[in-house]
Design a protein around this ligand. Structure first.
Ligand code: GDP
Length: 210
């Protein structure tokens, strides 16, 4: 089967205030991760658009929640990157308020996609993100990015290290991807389309790992 790509994608809005989140009942998938984790590149790859989400030259600048409307029926939500050292305390507070508010609207959230750079250990901020998602019982998938940078046994090691360090329950899928060479994009797209369509079983399987 040809891999899923949306037929239409439009940028709907950049939300900076809690009251401005859309409330039209369309299912949302949110993508989040550290600044520079490769979020924009992965979103572009999944959407099959060359440069829809901005691939950042200055990491961590965005403090907005970006809503993309796909095929007029579902949202892909690009959450601002976390953990950029140079943002001040007030910025960080604003960031956590916005994220907390976002995650608090869990009725809309079909899947949270938490990105982790395959080359690095999950950071304390990754552990906080994981807790924020799983303590709320939100459907979550963890995605390793930039896997083209790993060779040989480094990839399976990164997968087991991430699952262990983040103490991921069995039902949380862990998918290895690369926006550069396309690894894992089909597996990730399948998880996403199943979640948008409300097919819980598809994202709670672990076969997509490795
Ligand atoms: P964001 O800040 O999380 O949105 O990350 P970007 O998508 O802007 O990417 C950050 C940097 O990582 C850029 O220099 C990208 O070219 C690079 N990058 C992103 N994805 C990949 C990937 O899959 N493989 C490799 N080798 N580099 C990547």
């Amino acid at each position: 089967m040809a891999s899923w790509k949306p037929k239409s994608v439009s940028f709907v809005r950049a939300v900076t205030r809690i009251d401005d989140f859309p409330r039209d009942g369309r299912p949302e998938i949110a993508v989040m991760g550290r600044s520079n984790v490769g979020k924009s590149s992965l979103i572009n790859r999944v959407l099959g658009r060359r440069s829809f989400a901005r691939v950042s030259k200055t990491p961590g600048r965005t403090r907005e929640v970006h809503y993309y409307l796909l095929d007029d029926r579902r949202y892909l939500v690009d959450l601002p990157g976390f953990g950029y050292a140079r943002v001040g305390k007030e910025m960080r507070r604003q960031w956590s308020r916005l994220i907390e508010a976002y995650l608090g609207r869990k009725e809309a959230l079909a899947l949270a996609v938490h990105l982790v750079d395959a080359r690095h250990d999950p950071t304390p901020l990754d552990a906080m993100m994981r807790d924020a998602l799983l303590s709320r019982g939100l459907p979550t998938a963890v995605v390793l990015t930039k896997c083209d940078k790993l060779s040989g046994s480094a990839l399976p090691r990164a997968l087991s290290r991430t699952r262990r360090r983040l103490e991921l329950p069995r039902e949380v899928p862990l998918v290895a991807t690369s926006a550069a060479d396309g690894t894992g994009i089909d597996a990730l797209s399948k998880l996403m389309i199943a979640a948008w369509s409300g097919e819980q079983a598809a994202w709670s399987r672990r076969e997509d790992e490795a």
